[in-house]
Design a protein around this ligand. Structure first.
Ligand SMILES: [Zn+2]
Length: 353
């Protein structure tokens, strides 16, 4: 019988669990922790219900290369081996194949189907290209065919019009009526404002977010996934470009990002960690960016773990929860670098390492 003992985050409380058929059972074994049939797979240290990356696109790294199921498996395994036990894929080139949810070796995947791109927005042929007239129906289809989410490209080029607000509002209303949720790619002032006003469930990137909209986001429960890692990685390349309207708008947007992330958290908006970048399994780096933006370490770690799990409908480390956990020798809120060195990873009750 496998047994776990450690200080559980976010509660900061020592707990003992047995693993019973992939499920956590609170309390130790009847004969005590030294019983003959008890294997202590974690005995001390700090326990998280796994890390979470809510913005990752495993399966395709380059629009010119077709979606590859082998790559999908490898990249999901990279997440798992870094202690990322749940991911959300806001748009992929193909819908997730069924084996992804059935494979006990892989993290739990919440998918949003294929990227929904209207003409002039996004890379042609990479996602699902639809006319504006077809968008509402297609969004309901993608949400229904995946894990309840769909992903709409709400804007693209910095100097081109965003998806019109009335259309995006119709998408959100139709998908909500079907019981689904809408993630919106938004990187321009107009696109980001439209995503908030349309009542999207999550802003993906959310560049040029007007702080005046934060109270509205908090009241409606609109999450903010700022993907700081991928912007930071592209900053030098963007600065090196010839000045021009697209480059200058991008740089102006990046300049406001960290302040906006901190202000969003302070306004009560759910800020979540998503990497949008490769290699997979680097969400600990996104957590560090959230700290750099001004989130308290506890909140930043929650954004990459328990807060994101709750947002995806997954429980933390409590009796009856799935036995998904990662153990660390020391408190990762004291030193986020410890996230790169998990001492134990357990997924669906199985010891991964
Ligand atoms: Zn993305």
């Amino acid at each position: 019988m496998l047994c776990i003992r450690g200080i559980v985050l976010p509660e900061r409380e020592e707990r003992v669990f047995l693993i019973d058929g992939g499920v956590l059972r609170a309390g130790g074994p009847p004969g005590g922790l030294s019983g003959r049939d008890v294997e202590m797979v974690v005995d001390g240290g700090w326990l998280l219900p796994g890390l979470v990356d809510v913005h990752t696109h495993p399966g395709t790294t380059d629009p010119r290369v077709p979606f590859d199921e082998g790559m999908l498996r490898r990249q999901l395994t990279e997440h798992r081996d870094a202690g990322v036990l749940a991911v959300r894929t806001p748009g992929t080139a193909r819908r997730m194949p069924g084996w992804v949810t059935d494979d006990p070796e892989l993290p739990r995947v919440t998918s949003a189907g294929r990227w929904l791109a209207t003409p002039g927005r996004f890379i042609p042929g990479f996602g699902r290209d639809v006319s504006e007239a077809e968008l509402v129906r297609a969004a309901v289809e993608e949400a229904t065919a995946s894990s309840g989410w769909c992903k709409v490209i709400g804007d693209w080029a910095a100097d081109e019009p965003a998806l019109p607000l009335p259309l995006l509002t119709s998408v959100v209303e139709a998908v909500h009526a079907a019981g689904g949720k809408v993630a919106v790619h938004c990187q321009t002032a107009e696109g980001t404002r439209n995503a908030v006003l349309a009542g999207a469930d999550s802003l993906e990137h959310g560049m040029h977010l007007d702080p005046a909209l934060l109270d509205r986001m908090a009241a409606r429960g609109t999450a903010f996934v700022p993907t700081l890692s991928v912007f930071a990685a592209g900053m030098d390349r963007m600065r090196a470009r010839e000045p021009g309207v697209r480059r200058d708008l991008w740089l102006a947007g990046w300049d406001g990002m960290l302040d906006n992330v901190r202000a969003a958290h302070e306004a009560g908006v759910t800020v979540l960690a998503g990497t949008d970048s490769f290699p997979c399994g680097t969400v600990a780096g996104e957590m560090e960016w959230l700290v750099r933006a001004g989130l308290p370490a506890h909140a930043a770690l929650g954004a990459a773990s328990w807060t994101a799990r709750a947002w995806l409908g997954l429980p933390g480390l409590v009796d009856g929860a799935p036995a998904d956990l990662v153990a660390y020798a020391t408190d990762p809120t004291e030193d986020p670098a410890v996230l790169n060195h998990p001492s134990r990873i357990v997924l669906r009750g199985r010891v991964v390492r």
